[in-house]
Design a protein around this ligand. Structure first.
Ligand SMILES: *[C@@H]1O[C@H](CO)[C@@H](O)[C@H](O)[C@H]1NC(C)=O
Ligand SMILES: *[C@@H]1O[C@H](CO)[C@@H](O)[C@H](O)[C@H]1NC(C)=O
Ligand SMILES: *[C@@H]1O[C@H](CO)[C@@H](O)[C@H](O)[C@H]1NC(C)=O
Ligand SMILES: *[C@@H]1O[C@H](CO)[C@@H](O)[C@H](O)[C@H]1NC(C)=O
Ligand SMILES: *[C@@H]1O[C@H](CO)[C@@H](O)[C@H](O)[C@H]1NC(C)=O
Ligand SMILES: *[C@@H]1O[C@H](CO)[C@@H](O)[C@H](O)[C@H]1NC(C)=O
Ligand SMILES: *[C@@H]1O[C@H](CO)[C@@H](O)[C@H](O)[C@H]1NC(C)=O
Ligand SMILES: *[C@@H]1O[C@H](CO)[C@@H](O)[C@H](O)[C@H]1NC(C)=O
Ligand SMILES: *[C@@H]1O[C@H](CO)[C@@H](O)[C@H](O)[C@H]1NC(C)=O
Ligand SMILES: [Zn+2]
Length: 454
């Protein structure tokens, strides 16, 4: 025990006397592979990713936010907020007050993003720190009037290699140093939509390519001498489920198009009625047994998807694997956006580095819990958020971690010990007057032992 304290003290001393806060400021790289469904890890061969996990931590299922789309979930990761609170409530939005439109190709207006302060902004408001980003949604937009110090304008055609090279350059040689960086890649989402997650042949090819990119990432960090000191989180925004031309919901068969505008279509349709909301609702309500139709005020609490002007008066939520269409079938074989309680919609999270334990696994956290964990690693005071730091405690080396099974184990052991002690007490008390047989037994044993000792 004393030795441990001395060792710790020595460690602290050498840490402090070393050169500047430069080397002590923790660095974090946050990586997202879009649409990486949690169970791909179990169902496909991913040796590089498994090696990364072996030396770090894995969260098997991350419960993401509703709606399970790309822009909203990426913004929840970096803000810790539900969609109704950060304001990016879909990939396609319309604001009836300002008449503004948002889409993935028209996303640069700060209006849409300023409802929250993402972690890269908070990080940059600290002295001597900067942030860097390669294509993470929102990082090429002025948010609260700043962008990351280093960023790329979004272009899907920039290869992974270039994104990785530039991010590692920024992480290793900037002044003030980049302490927080983000790296985004469009796969396996694009292929998941194209082939559907049940196309094992095509998906295993795609996932092998992604696994090789993870291998390149680790290799690059090792070559640059950054592997041991950099914290790396690899995660995703959502999963993917199989769709089919046999599972279509035709809105045109229920309601005249002139009665409403479709802001977003599938699998969660955002409906803006042109006339009487109740009339439109009545027409849609019984349109299909494979979707739920909600007036805005009746959207279930568990979605945390109501208190925002950008959420339309009526939303339709298709059942898993069903696709909402107007009259034609514009079908993708895979899709996401569905109920966030569906396992197929969940991504995973893996992490490696000095802040993380080694070889630890836990079954779940929430997407909104990632933000307070990242703030803790970077030593930032978090903005108000919907995450819970303690959910991620067990992943971190510097936290006391007692999970439920361990607590139960300790309580049971304590109870057992207590019972045994009580039993022993009662036993000895009862047996004290009549302890002859006990002594005889002891004597016999001593007799037996004697020759051996002698
Ligand atoms: C700390 O390192 C910087 C370069 O990284 C160097 O300029 C400076 O002289 C060093 N300071 C000390 C006290 O070693
Ligand atoms: C910021 O960096 C400058 C020079 O590199 C240094 O003098 C100053 O102490 C640093 N501030 C903090 C808060 O680390
Ligand atoms: C991004 O694009 C804008 C104009 O479209 C340009 O002014 C700016 O320099 C670009 N930024 C980077 C980092 O490429
Ligand atoms: C990456 O860095 C190289 C070298 O500085 C630069 O030429 C290139 O434009 C950068 N790529 C992007 C997408 O910003
Ligand atoms: C994989 O995709 C190709 C088209 O790129 C398609 O022809 C093929 O049928 C797919 N494989 C399977 C097993 O469906
Ligand atoms: C709504 O649709 C009905 C047909 O179902 C049509 O008669 C009516 O004119 C439409 N109302 C509006 C305002 O477009
Ligand atoms: C909307 O329609 C319902 C049923 O058709 C009717 O009871 C209600 O008064 C209408 N509301 C308005 C504001 O017109
Ligand atoms: C589908 O909608 C288009 C208008 O977008 C219309 O021209 C066409 O007739 C419709 N087809 C069917 C089968 O209803
Ligand atoms: C989420 O956090 C924001 C910011 O603190 C807060 O305004 C909102 O009420 C929270 N939402 C829930 C459901 O607690
Ligand atoms: Zn996505």
């Amino acid at each position: 025990m004393k030795l441990l304290v001395i060792l710790l003290f020595l460690g602290l001393l050498t840490g402090c006397s070393g050169n500047s806060s430069y080397s002590l400021t923790p660095q974090l790289l946050l990586v997202s592979f879009d649409g990486f469904r949690a169970d791909y890890l179990k169902n496909y061969d991913l040796p590089h990713l498994q090696n990364f996990i072996k030396e770090g931590v894995l969260v098997e299922h991350v419960t993401n936010v509703f709606i399970t789309k790309t822009f909203p979930n990426h913004y929840s990761i970096v803000t810790g907020l539900y969609e109704e609170s950060h304001g990016i409530v879909a990939n396609t939005m319309y604001d009836d007050v300002t008449k503004k439109h948002f889409s993935d190709s028209n996303d640069k207006d700060s209006f849409w993003w300023d409802g929250a302060v993402p972690i890269w902004v908070t990080n940059q408001l600290q002295e001597n720190r900067s942030s860097a980003a390669a294509m993470w949604p929102g990082t090429d937009v002025l948010i609260h009037n700043i962008t990351p110090s280093y960023f790329m304008n979004y272009s899907s055609s920039v290869p992974f290699e270039e994104r990785l090279n530039n991010v590692t350059t920024w992480l290793s040689s900037s002044n003030p140093p980049v302490t927080f960086a983000m790296l985004y890649w469009e796969e396996p989402d694009a292929s998941g939509h194209k082939y559907g997650p049940e196309d094992r042949v095509n998906m295993s090819r795609v996932l092998k390519e992604i696994d090789d990119l993870v291998g390149d990432l680790v290799q690059k960090l090792k070559v640059l001498g950054m592997w041991d000191n950099l914290n790396v989180i690899i995660t995703s925004d959502h999963g993917m489920t199989q769709c089919s031309e046999n599972r279509l919901i035709h809105l045109d068969s229920c309601i005249d198009r002139s009665n409403y505008s479709v802001i977003d279509l599938t699998p969660v349709a955002a409906i803006l009625p042109k006339t009487n909301i109740t009339e439109v609702y009545e027409k849609l309500k019984n349109c299909s047994p494979h979707m739920n139709v909600y007036l805005k005020e009746d959207i279930p609490d568990r979605f945390y998807y109501r208190h925002n002007d950008r959420i339309q008066p009526i939303i339709l939520v298709a059942d898993e694997g069903w696709t909402i269409v107007l009259n034609k079938s514009s079908l993708k074989l895979g899709d996401h956006g569905y109920d966030n309680s569906l396992p197929s919609m969940h991504p995973f999270l893996a992490a490696h580095g000095p802040a993380f334990r080694r070889g630890y696994r836990q079954s779940t956290i929430n997407t909104v819990d990632i933000y307070p964990m990242m703030c803790h690693i970077l030593g930032l005071k978090p903005q108000a958020n919907n995450g819970t730091f303690s959910h991620a405690k067990c992943l971190l080396v510097d936290q006391w971690c007692l999970n439920l099974p361990e607590v139960i184990g300790i309580v049971i052991s304590a109870l057992l010990l207590l019972t045994m002690l009580t039993g022993l007490l009662i036993f000895t008390q009862n047996r004290v007057p009549a302890s002859r047989s006990f002594s005889r037994l002891q004597l016999q044993e001593d007799d037996d032992d004697d020759p051996l000792i002698g």
